[in-house]
Design a protein around this ligand. Structure first.
Ligand SMILES: [Zn+2]
Ligand SMILES: [Zn+2]
Length: 255
């Protein structure tokens, strides 16, 4: 599986984009950065968008993507997440006030986007992938995604503070190759991180103790606040774990 990083930061500054990963050519995990990076043809190729949660830095480009795709695809782009997160998106973003409801444009039978609800207790097949949503611990309903593919599996942990269920699953996945997980604030901002449902390098390091397979799994850190990136990098390097890497914008990872 090919993972292209479209955005891997927890805020937006020139050269730093908000969260979005392109899996192969047609599946997105989060949509914080899509339309400012992908060509129109690459945007038309997108068929599925898995959404970890409704915060704007993870969903804003669904709005601009839907606008660009109007009249250009034969089938709707599926926005796949829990019913609770779909309700938040419908009520607060695609509500015909902040943005048009593209799930009814041009009509209900053949819309530009279609919401599809996930049950966290089930797995879903999308192309050659199987994807399962697992609740994590952020300030609003937020999911991690376990992505299984031929030859392995990876986990995208959504925005979160200390959490439990995803580690229980990670610890019994025999072919787990990589975990993508956040660290947003430097250590001296621990109280803000805790209040906002995020990690610092120190709390992330504590969290890693829940992963039994730590030595064999690549850990990719993302969602750093770019204004603190250097400080966070220094604090992560002092943890000195060889398999912990900080993601870069535009990076492509083949797993
Ligand atoms: Zn975020
Ligand atoms: Zn968030």
């Amino acid at each position: 599986m090919k993972i292209r990083v479209l955005g891997c930061h927890g805020a937006q500054l020139p050269g730093y984009n908000t969260t979005s990963f392109l899996l192969n050519k047609n599946i997105l995990v989060d949509a914080g950065t899509v339309t400012s990076l992908l060509s129109l043809d690459e945007q038309i190729a997108i068929d599925y968008i898995f959404i970890t949660h409704a915060h704007l830095d993870h969903v804003k480009d669904i709005a601009f993507l839907a606008d660009n795709l109007h009249g250009r695809k034969e089938h709707p782009v599926e926005i796949i997440t829990t019913q609770g997160i779909i309700n938040i998106l419908r009520e607060n973003l695609f509500n015909n006030i902040i943005w048009p409801d593209f799930s009814e444009i041009p009509n209900r039978e053949a819309p530009v986007i279609k919401f599809r609800a996930l049950d966290p207790r089930s797995s879903y097949s999308v192309d050659s992938l199987t994807i399962q949503a697992v609740l994590v611990n952020h300030i609003i309903e937020t999911m991690a995604f376990v992505v299984r593919f031929e030859g392995g599996s990876v986990i995208f942990v959504g925005d979160t503070g200390p959490t439990e269920d995803i580690w229980e699953i990670a610890n019994i996945l025999p072919d787990l190759k990589a975990i993508f997980i956040e660290t947003s604030f430097p250590n001296d901002m621990r109280s803000i991180a805790e209040a906002a449902g995020h990690f610092t390098p120190a709390s992330f390091n504590d969290e890693l103790k829940k992963l039994f397979l730590l030595k064999t799994v690549d850990i990719y850190l993302y969602h750093l606040k770019p204004q603190y990136r250097e400080l966070i990098e220094d604090q992560i390097s002092s943890i000195s774990r060889d398999n912990v890497k900080i993601l870069k914008e535009g990076e492509i990872i083949e797993i």
